[in-house]
Design a protein around this ligand. Structure first.
Ligand code: OGA
Ligand code: NI
Length: 357
């Protein structure tokens, strides 16, 4: 995640939501309060997003393979989201990253603030995507770090407490990297494309992680945990800490649907880049996080995207005289910069790439 421009911006005071909750009488400052339209709790089917069994794609017999492939393509086309089970990642790797992330967020605020997100940047601790004093804030603390390529790492921002943090993050990220490559091969096959097509397009892929910690909130119906947005990535992988409150919601047919993770499953979603590459056949779906009055929540979100020097646009196989290109050609680095220098606002960032926004 290359640094965005360092233009001078005034973001005002950004409260640390954990500190607010540690006060004698926790209160929610005005800057977090949204109007009803923005938080509408209209949601609410806990109807579950599709579940894809990776072991059936990797080792299943022909019938299992075909039926799982159908599920995968329907998930990508109709939901933009699915949970993946039997992904082969050791439970210990998952519980380990959950543990060190929690330990980090539980450190005193002064310790965490030694690695701040600078305004207009994306790596570090704090709140990202804040660009003006008027902008509302989300009820969330974040730690964002670039993982791959290695040269993007800003090791001065990597926590030194707990001492095993870096090792756990490396182990987890390596597994997520393999999972993304594997899923992209099967996603290519659902489109009847060469299974390595994404590997070639992505090149030396960019991988980043964002850990989101949502403390309980006294007024959960009046705030956003994380504002509605789509992800700028190719694919995103979300791990929700066991025992967390439900919090992730996705927009499906104009209704917010709560996602209830299966223990040890990972939640996958299609990012803007895959929408562009598939010329809109597979869409990045708007999602948000809500908070809970008593329970906290931790999510660990990995973003997997093409190398910044790659040119991105609809793949030639996805365009013909009946399906014109809906998106322009641009460099991934350009898009990434555009994404991190704009506030989270539904799918608005993708207008950058649309031919007729
Ligand atoms: C994200 C995201 C949702 C969550 O970090 O991009 O969508 O549940 N997080 O934390
Ligand atoms: Ni997201």
């Amino acid at each position: 995640m290359a640094p965005a421009s360092s233009f001078p911006i005034k973001v005002g005071h950004i409260h640390d939501v954990q500190e607010l909750m540690q006060a004698n009488e926790p209160h929610v400052p005005e800057r977090f309060i949204r109007n009803k339209v923005e938080t509408q709790a209209s949601a609410t089917t806990a109807s579950n997003i599709p579940v894809v069994d990776l072991s059936k794609l990797l080792n299943g017999d022909e019938t299992e393979f075909q039926s799982e492939m159908l599920k995968l393509s329907a998930s990508c086309e109709e939901w933009g989201f699915f949970q993946v089970i039997n992904h082969g990642i050791d439970e210990e790797v998952l519980s380990d990253i959950e543990k060190v992330a929690m330990e980090f967020f539980m450190l005193p605020a002064e310790e965490k603030r030694k690695r701040p997100i600078a305004p207009g940047m994306i790596q570090g601790y704090g709140q990202a995507f804040v660009f003006s004093e008027e902008q509302k804030l989300d009820w969330c603390n974040m730690l964002a770090l670039a993982i791959e390529p290695f040269s993007f790492r800003d090791l001065s921002l990597w926590p030194i407490y707990p001492p095993t943090f870096s090792e756990s993050l490396e182990n987890y990220s390596r597994e997520i990297n393999k999972l993304c490559q594997s899923l992209l091969r099967f996603i290519a096959m659902t489109l009847s494309l060469n299974k390595n097509v994404f590997e070639e397009i992505f090149g030396e892929a960019v991988q980043a992680v964002r850990m989101n910690y949502y403390p309980p909130c006294p007024r959960p119906d009046d705030v956003n945990g994380l504002s509605p947005h789509s992800d700028g990535s190719g694919l995103t992988v979300l791990l929700q800490r066991k025992g967390s409150s439900a919090g992730l919601q996705i927009l499906n047919n104009d209704t917010w649907v709560s996602v209830d993770p299966i223990p040890n499953a990972l939640i996958i979603n299609i990012g803007d880049t895959l929408e562009v590459l598939t010329n809109g056949k597979y869409k990045s779906v708007e999602h948000r996080a809500i908070t809970h009055k008593e329970k906290d929540r931790l999510s660990i979100v990995s973003f997997y995207a093409p190398s910044y020097d790659k040119e991105i646009g609809p793949m030639p196989e996805m365009v013909d005289e009946n399906n014109h290109a809906n998106y322009k050609i641009y460099s991934q680095g350009e898009y990434s910069k555009h994404y991190v220098t704009n506030k989270l606002q539904g799918k608005k960032t993708l207008d950058f790439a649309k031919i007729h926004p």
